[in-house]
Design a protein around this ligand. Structure first.
Ligand SMILES: [Zn+2]
Length: 320
């Protein structure tokens, strides 16, 4: 990975992709470092992935990891494929249950959207069967099942450490022995724990990472800043969704709010993080009044543009 001013953090043939906060977060979540560059073939999934030895992603986003140094992705699958590339760069190809599990739990929807996995989305197999499934047997069902397991494991500090220890090993030689080594228990007892203590559904979003949650009942939320190369959360490239200024707020009960976004460009997008309301969006320069559910929300300036061009923004959210 190289860095020079605004452009190059990870390379895309023809141009630089700027993703500093995203790459650090992926490394931290997976517990590994990128050792080499990753060429990103953005929006070339159809052309590049046809001969991939790993399956092409489904579930809305498309992409594949060609190897540890090259991925093809669209904006929605970029983080997911970066997780695969990171694992491959560290010499681990693994099995789909665990590899898709960690790629989904860490990468799906990050950072622009939220992502959810629910028990209703897959027909569960047993952990001992799913864990040894090979890439040739890959199915989306296994990958969702793995994502549920991984999301559950990552929520508990102790289990998360066990999972990451397991994932750091080249576990495919004897999956069961590696698993027992890392978890200090066999498939059956970890599975029983998973069934007993897991949620039906897990929701993940990186949009509030590192942010304080403002209580909108206590007063308006005003955030101003600049979409610029100095801001680690400003990311993007030609055709890629930029995520820039971010704020996080909580509304104790459903209420009418006023949203305004003053900026030369972009869109202010609101995403509910722990209730099932729909997202809202307001174009730069506009004000909107709308009723939203009481829960935690993320507000972020996003822009889909030609290149990173610095501009200032002012966000104001007011409970009425
Ligand atoms: Zn994948």
């Amino acid at each position: 990975m190289e860095s020079s001013g605004c452009t190059m953090t990870i390379s895309a043939p023809g141009a630089g992709l700027r993703l500093p906060a995203r790459l650090r977060r992926i490394e931290q979540a997976v517990g590994m470092s990128f050792h080499d560059r990753v060429d990103v073939f953005l929006y070339e999934v159809d052309q590049r992935c046809a001969n991939s030895t790993l399956p092409i992603e489904s579930d809305g986003a498309a992409g594949c990891a060609l190897d540890g140094q090259a991925i093809a992705a669209d904006a929605g699958s970029l983080s997911h494929e970066l997780v695969h590339a990171l694992r491959l760069q560290n010499g681990i190809r693994g099995n789909p249950f665990f590899e898709e599990g960690i790629a989904r739990a860490v990468g799906n929807g990050y950072p622009s959207n939220g992502w959810t996995v629910s028990r209703m989305d897959f027909s569960p197999s047993s952990l001992s069967n799913a864990a040894v499934e090979q890439w040739s047997e890959y199915s989306v069902d296994t990958s969702r099942f793995g994502a549920h397991f991984t999301s559950w494991a990552l929520e508990d500090e102790e289990v998360a450490a066990q999972l990451l220890r397991f994932l750091a090993s080249d576990y495919t030689g004897d999956v069961e022995a590696s698993f027992r080594d890392a978890f200090g228990a066999d498939f059956q007892s970890v599975e029983a724990n998973w069934e007993r203590s897991s949620e039906d559904a897990y929701f993940a979003s990186g949009r509030c990472d590192g942010l304080a949650v403002h209580d909108l009942a206590e007063g308006p939320l005003r955030v101003e800043g600049k979409v610029s190369c100095e801001d680690p959360y400003t990311e993007g490239n030609e055709g890629v969704l930029y995520l820039a200024g971010r704020a996080c707020f909580r509304l104790p009960a459903a209420a009418q709010i006023r949203i305004s976004a003053e900026a030369e460009a972009g869109l202010l997008s609101l995403l509910p993080l722990d209730c099932s309301d729909a997202g809202r969006s307001v174009f730069a320069g506009e004000t909107q009044e709308t009723a939203i559910s009481g829960c935690t929300w993320s507000a972020a300036m996003t822009t889909q543009g030609e290149d990173i061009d610095a501009f200032s923004y002012q966000i104001e959210l007011l409970s009425m």
